[in-house]
Design a protein around this ligand. Sequence first.
Ligand SMILES: Nc1ncnc2c1ncn2[C@@H]1O[C@H](COP(=O)(O)OP(=O)(O)O)[C@@H](O)[C@H]1O
Ligand SMILES: [Mg+2]
Length: 318
Amino acid sequence: MTDRDELAERRRKHLKLIHFNREDHTFVETEKPNVTFDDVGGLEDVKKRIRLSFILPLKQPEVFAAYGKSAGGSLLLYGPPGCGKTFLARAVAGEIEVNFMHVELQAILSMYVGESEHNLHDIFAKARENKPCVVFFDELDALGGSRHQMRAHHDRMLVNQLLLELDGLDNQSDNVFIIGATNTPWYLDTALRRPGRFNHLVFVPPPDAPERQKILELKLAGKPVDGLNLSAIADMTKHFSGADLEQVVQDAVDSAMERTFETGEIQPITQKDLLAAVKGRKPSTLEWFATARNYATFSDVNRDYQVVLDYMKKHGIK
Ligand SMILES: Nc1ncnc2c1ncn2[C@@H]1O[C@H](COP(=O)(O)OP(=O)(O)O)[C@@H](O)[C@H]1O
Ligand SMILES: [Mg+2]
């Protein structure tokens, strides 16, 4: 092991996962779990895009400089709920060896005037203290989309603060990198979408059949099962999100537990349980696609959402 390897190893061991606490607005630090792209089932196109637009520029800025491309900007993951945005963001942070700060936007929001902005400022300060650091703003939907006037004003101030902080970042020297995630990118303030801000849009689609099978396997791991054919279930659950599949497994577990209480003996989860659970659930992504289509068709001046329309066409979503 060379000195360099050793240093890398040591650094990896001490990487932190920092969470901004919703209740008392403090930071909680734990050791960062080492999740990488290998832990994310499928989503190969998405990974490729993220590598090109985000990871490589950070790892080899000189290549980008040689072609006159700047390595700045942040990643914005969007797509139907429950399809792996949060999951993926964690893995991105694992691909580059940096600290990871997970911020759910709801946690920043405060009813007191000025406090939300203050929280945001603290977050960027904390990130600089812990650089290199990825700050992940999850649930950006909480910004905007509100029609209530007081809230709208509040949101405006928070957006301004976010712009201020983003523009104050110098990617080269600060080593603070930003990832955002939202189900509703079309509500995001356009100012947040300019170059150097959340300018790399990445669509995270619902899982395909092999991905669905993998998710089902993950969710059933360690539970008592009997004679399951998960590939058949995966084929039946077109358009289901990861979260929908989690619900299906949960429903099947409930049935098996009911039998267990009736018989007094541990009953395995059967294919029949899963089939009944699938029948009782509808894919939640279709509603998202219907909304997305409106924005993609009628107000997508930059053709940001063409990839969503292409996906819908390819997968027969009407
Ligand atoms: N490609 C995938 N591979 C493995 N698990 C996945 C995948 N996509 C989603 N999941 C699972 O589905 C659930 C929802 O994912 P999450 O990242 O919370 O969705 P989102 O942030 O897009 O709303 C998680 O429990 C996650 O483990
Ligand atoms: Mg999420």
